[in-house]
Design a protein around this ligand. Structure first.
Ligand code: NAD
Length: 496
C-alpha cells in the first residue's frame, strides 16, 4: 500500500488508545489506580493516560505467569501448536499494519514511512521467523558407550520478563517476546513509559491469536517501579532487557540481590565507522548520513563516530552536509518525511546539552546544532555534525542518542582501529574500503558484536545482534535467540 496523507488522517480518526495493563487476559487498571500521561512528541500534547503498574501488579502477573507455566497450558503444547498460534499472531499484526504504524508514529515521533515500511513490516517478518523456526530445532544425543543414552535437551526457563525501550517499541517487543513465547515461556512485557501504546496492542493481538492469558501479559509503568519490581522478583527466571547500559547494570544488581535470575542485556553503543580513502566515497557519504540521522539518531548501533581518513575528511563532511538536506526534521505523519522528532522533552534536553558540551570541549560545529519547530510544541533537532573531535571528548565517548555525528581524523589504518576500539561500548563497528586485506583485518580487530564492511546497520533475524564490552551480555537474532530463553538439561540413562 502506498501511504498518503489522506490514508493516514483517516486512520487517525479511527484510532482508539488502549491504555490499560493486560493481566490474566484482561484489560486492567493498575491496582493503585495510578496512571501516567503518554505525550506525542509531534506536538507535546497528551495522547492518553496509561495504567502505571507497580509491585502489586507485578506480583499478580508473575503469579499468573508461573501458574500457567506449571499447568503447561502453553509450555507443554507441541512446537507445531505454538507455531500455528504465532503465525496467526503475525497475520493479525499484518492486518493491523497501518493502525500500528500510525500509533507508533504518534507515540514516539518516528516518520510514518519508517513505522509502516520498517518497524511494523519488520515485526511481521520477525514473528514469522521465530514461529516457523520453533518446530525445526533438534536436541542432541551424546556419543556414548552402547549401554548408555546421554541426551542434551532444551526446556523453557519459566517466567520471562522483557523490558524494552522506546526507540523501536513494537519491533523490539516482538523480537524479544516472540522467541521467548515460541520456546514455551510465560512472558511479561514492560514497555518504556515514553511509548507504551503499541506494546499494549501487541498483547491484545497475541491473546486474539490464541496465546493463553497467563503466557502473555503487558505491564506499562515506570522503570523504577514496574521495571525494578520485575528485576527484583524472586519468581522471575529471566530478564531480557533492552535499554541503556546504566539501567542494564542495575538489572545485574537486582539479579544478584534476588534470585540470580538470568539477565540478558542489549545495551547502548557509540559505534565507530571507519572510512578509508580507497572506498566508494559517494556510497560511504550517503550511508554514513543515513546511519546517524535515521530515527533521529535514536538507534543503539548508529555509527555516531565517523573515523575519517584525513585525506578525504573534508570531502566526507561536505558530502554529509549535502545529504543532510533530506533529513531536515519535519512532521512525522507526512509520508515523505525522513527525520521526525526526538522521543520526549527529557531526551531533547539531553541531546541539546551534549551539543553544548561538544561546543565547550572545542569541537567545531560543521552543521546544525539547534532545536527546530519549537512553536509546534514538538521535539525536533536538526542534523548535527561536529568536526575536529578528539576521541577522548565527552561527545565521542558517551551515547547521545540524537542526530549528532562526531568526526575524528586518522592518518593510518592501525590508528583508525585503535580509535575505533577506544570506547567502553562494543555494539557495532564498520569500515569502508575496497582493500580486501584491510577489510578482513578490520573485521577481526574491531571489538564489536556486529561489523559492517561497506555498509551501515544492515541485518535481520537471520544473524545475531548484541554487544561486546558494556554494550551487553548475550546475543539475540537467528536461532540463537532460543538459547537465552531455554535451560539446557542433560539426561543420562543406563540401559539395563
Ligand atoms: P532505558 O534504559 O532508560 O529504559 C529501557 C527500559 O528500562 C524502559 O522500559 C524503562 O522503563 C526501563 N527501566 C528504566 N529504569 C529501570 C530500572 N531502574 N529498573 C528496571 N527497568 C528500568 O533506555 P531507553 O532510554 O528507553 O532506550 C535507549 C537506550 O536503549 C539506549 O542506550 C540504546 O542504545 C539502548 N538500546 C539498545 C538496543 C540493543 O539492541 N542493544 C536496542 C535499542 C535500544
Amino acid at each position: 500500500m502506498e501511504l498518503t496523507t489522506d490514508i493516514i488522517q483517516q486512520q487517525i480518526t479511527k484510532l482508539t488508545y488502549d491504555n490499560q495493563a493486560i493481566i490474566n487476559g484482561k484489560k486492567t487498571a493498575a491496582a493503585s489506580g495510578e496512571t501516567f500521561e503518554t505525550i506525542s512528541p509531534i506536538d507535546g500534547k497528551v495522547l492518553t493516560k496509561v495504567a502505571s503498574c507497580d509491585q502489586v501488579d507485578v506480583d499478580k502477573a508473575v503469579k499468573i505467569a508461573r501458574d500457567t507455566f506449571q499447568k503447561g497450558t502453553w509450555a507443554q503444547q507441541s512446537p507445531q501448536e505454538r507455531k500455528k498460534v504465532l503465525l496467526k499472531l503475525a497475520d493479525l499484526i499484518a492486518q493491523h499494519h497501518l493502525e500500528l504504524a500510525v500509533l507508533e508514529t504518534l507515540d514516539m515521533g518516528k516518520p510514518i514511512n519508517d513505522s509502516f515500511n520498517g518497524d511494523i513490516a519488520g515485526a511481521v517478518e520477525t514473528v514469522r521467523y521465530y514461529a516457523e523456526a520453533i518446530d525445526k530445532i533438534y536436541d542432541d544425543i551424546a556419543p556414548t558407550e552402547s549401554n548408555i543414552l546421554g541426551m542434551i535437551t532444551r526446556e523453557p526457563c519459566g517466567v520471562v520478563a522483557c523490558i524494552v525501550p522506546w526507540n523501536f517499541p513494537f519491533y523490539l517487543a516482538c523480537s524479544r517476546v516472540v522467541p521467548a513465547l515460541a520456546m514455551g515461556n510465560s512472558v511479561i512485557v514492560k514497555p518504556a513509559e515514553q511509548s507504551p501504546l503499541t506494546a499494549i496492542k501487541f498483547g491484545e493481538l497475541a491473546l486474539a491469536a490464541g496465546v493463553p492469558a497467563g503466557a502473555i501479559q503487558v505491564l506499562p509503568g515506570f522503570g523504577e517501579t514496574a521495571g525494578q519490581a520485575l528485576g527484583m522478583h524472586m519468581d522471575v527466571d529471566v530478564v531480557s532487557f533492552t535499554g541503556s547500559t546504566e539501567v542494564g547494570k542495575l538489572l545485574l544488581h537486582y539479579s544478584s540481590q534476588s534470585n540470580m535470575k538470568r539477565v540478558w542485556l542489549e545495551c547502548g553503543g557509540k559505534s565507530p565507522n571507519i572510512v578509508m580513502a580507497d572506498c566508494n566515497i559517494e556510497k560511504a557519504i550517503e550511508q554514513s548520513a543515513y546511519g546517524v540521522f535515521k530515527n533521529s539518531g535514536q538507534i543503539c548501533c548508529a555509527p555516531t563516530r565517523l573515523i575519517a581518513d584525513r585525506k578525504i575528511k573534508d570531502q566526507l563532511i561536505e558530502g554529509i552536509i549535502g545529504v543532510s538536506k533530506h533529513y531536515q526534521p519535519s512532521d512525522p505523519l507526512n509520508p515523505t518525511t525522513k527525520m521526525g522528532t526526538i522521543v520526549d522533552k527529557n531526551q531533547l534536553d539531553k541531546v541539546l546539552s551534549y551539543i553544548e558540551k561538544g561546543r565547550k570541549e572545542g569541537a567545531q560545529l560543521a552543521l546544525g546544532g539547534e532545536r527546530k519547530h519549537a512553536d509546534s510544541g514538538g521535539y525536533y533537532v536538526e542534523p548535527t555534525v561536529f568536526d575536529k573531535v578528539k576521541n577522548n571528548m565527552v561527545i565521542a565517548q558517551e551515547e547521545i542518542f540524537g542526530p549528532v555525528l562526531s568526526v575524528i581524523s586518522f592518518d593510518d589504518f592501525d590508528t583508525a582501529i585503535k580509535i575505533a576500539n577506544d570506547t567502553s561500548y562494543g555494539l557495532a563497528a564498520g569500515i569502508w574500503t575496497n582493500d580486501l586485506n584491510k577489510a578482513h583485518k578490520a573485521a577481526r580487530a574491531l571489538r564489536a558484536g556486529v561489523v559492517s564492511i561497506n555498509s551501515v546497520s544492515r541485518g535481520n533475524d537471520t544473524v545475531t545482534f548484541g554487544g561486546y564490552k558494556q554494550s551487553g551480555i548475550g546475543r539475540l537474532g537467528s536461532l540463537r535467540s532460543f538459547d537465552i530463553y531455554s535451560e539446557v538439561k542433560t539426561t543420562w540413562i543406563e540401559l539395563q
